[in-house]
Design a protein around this ligand. Sequence first.
Ligand code: NDP
Length: 361
Amino acid sequence: MTQEILHKEVVIIGSGPAGLTAAIYAARADLKPLVIEGPQPGGQLTITTEVENYPGFAEGIQGPELMEQFRAQAARFGTEFLVSWIDKVDLSERPFTLHTAEGTVKAETLIIASGASAKWLGIPGEAPAPHGLGGLGVSACATCDGFFFKGKKIVVVGGGDTAMEEATFLTRYASSVTVVHRRDHLRASKIMQDKAMKNEKIDFIWNTDVLEIIGTPESGVTSVRLYNNVTHEETTFDCEGVFIAIGHKPNTDMFKGWLEMDDIGYLKTNGHSMATNVPGVFACGDAQDSFYRQAITAAGTGCMAAIDAERYLDNLPVPTLTGEEVTIEGEIVTADHETIIMPDGEVISNHADGEAAPAGD
Ligand code: NDP
């Protein structure tokens, strides 16, 4: 048996905006949370440059500096940090068990803020500078970086809703946007396709793979090398920016079999709370949000998850995926709020006087 190294009221997996906001709230509630940081401490913002849309920074702030501020704020209230890789988890009972290389960590409540990673093509020129042109004209986030491409000619790679959304958004700034897609038809929903196709600034190159992003640290991106997979022809296409929009992968593999997730791997949470299907386990940020994926929304859901965990530890009812509410002691409040099912199975009224509510109440 591996050695238990820590036993905490609140363990947070992930140290991006969601995880560190959860930590700030849990720490200020005197729960002495532990944040387990994975291979990319600080999350996706640590590989961006200027962040101009995070409220509170009128002049903008560098992504890594913003995350240092989050971290210092969490540490100030007593958050502990552990840099470790979690091999597997056991969520069958509380305290939950996290197996790491250093030993096991026990968690009375668990907040999953493990984030998501943009998928990349793995082609030359794509890696973050200085190894490639990432940050010098290559990006995977139009909302974050589109502003820097005013009047420029841009390529968007992909054929799904993300690619259509990014292409449409980028026409606000770019002189033209060319979508390069590997097949002859799009995966995107009809409404998103129609909007992109009607946009005069967007055109399409079909049946084409991007083989390489070309440029220098001085010039930034200057072109892409393309391969038509029907004609087998190779061409060079001039552009000043490349947005890779081939999807995201939430970092949730270790929770397969324990937590409900969609086909892509985004964790399912209750609409009214950040509770997952396992009472005491909460999810926030990009690990559960496939739609907004912004630092500020991740921070918001991190706050919500911490408040949910606090309530749960205080033995207050917390909504679950089914609409029922559960307490840490195992009481279940039914979704209609009419009855409480006690841990021993006894069913009692949820009305203050013990009587069923009169009709129409
Ligand atoms: P998708 O998986 O739907 O689409 C990915 C696209 O990238 C596909 O066209 C795919 O090509 C292409 N692709 C994948 N890998 C490669 C590769 N190695 N080389 C070249 N092309 C590649 O991901 P999205 O991020 O677009 O969407 C994910 C989910 O989020 C969807 O459910 C979508 O509906 C939703 N979403 C909704 C939005 C909205 O409604 N506003 C906005 C954004 C996303 P191929 O088609 O050949 O497989």
